[in-house]
Design a protein around this ligand. Structure first.
Ligand code: ADP
Length: 181
């Protein structure tokens, strides 16, 4: 299966993605994790991305898309994947569509985690990752509203809406049920 995960920052995408990918036997490809790995290793891509991530802004699409394209070309991603954090803009969705088209592939679904803003802010503050301070969180939510939320309309019928407010297991159960797994 080829799946995309959507939802505001702090919606629990990473946590749920890890469980879904394990259950479906497909790799979990997280742009946030890929950026953090590059930052940790001090690669040129990591150095460039860090500036944007620390400010709560999106890393330029040219950089992000190339990183995703290279990751999707790896052997373990041949027969399916769960993309977490990409696409994050309509432009990125179009790049993904072109990439899939060029390989005669298509998305099987777009999982959209729905959770209110108060909940995501509380979760991010509790998690305390390097980019989880109050200013950055506010910026990321604004970026989500302006740039990522339009993907909900963009994907239309492909959207699988999940109520992401609840215990980790509960949210996973809702997701597996909607996926028919
Ligand atoms: P969260 O979903 O909690 O915002 P992520 O780990 O998915 O966290 O992303 C962390 C940061 O990495 C984002 O705030 C952004 O700066 C950058 N990033 C991740 N994915 C993308 C993307 N597709 N395009 C541009 N920047 C991205």
């Amino acid at each position: 299966m080829r799946l995309v995960l959507l939802g505001p920052p702090g919606a629990g995408k990473g946590t749920q993605a890890a469980i879904i990918s394990e259950k479906l036997g497909i790799p979990h490809i997280s742009t946030g994790d890929l950026f953090r790995a590059n930052i940790g290793e001090g690669t040129p891509l990591g150095v460039e991305a860090k500036e944007y991530i620390d400010a709560g802004k999106l890393v330029p699409t040219s950089v992000t898309a190339r990183m995703v394209e290279e990751r999707l070309a790896e052997a373990d991603a041949k027969n399916g994947w769960l993309l977490d954090g990409f696409p994050r803009t309509v432009e990125q969705a179009e790049i993904l569509e072109e990439l899939l088209n060029s390989q005669g592939q298509k998305l099987d679904g777009v999982i959209n985690f729905q959770v209110d803003e108060d909940t995501v802010v509380a979760r991010m503050l509790a998690r305390g990752r390097a980019d989880d301070n109050e200013d950055t969180i506010r910026t990321r939510l604004q970026v989500y509203r302006d740039e990522t939320a339009p993907l909900i309309d963009h994907y239309g019928d492909a959207l699988i809406n999940i109520d992401a407010d609840g215990e980790v297991e509960q949210v996973n159960a809702r997701t597996m049920e909607k996926l028919g797994k």
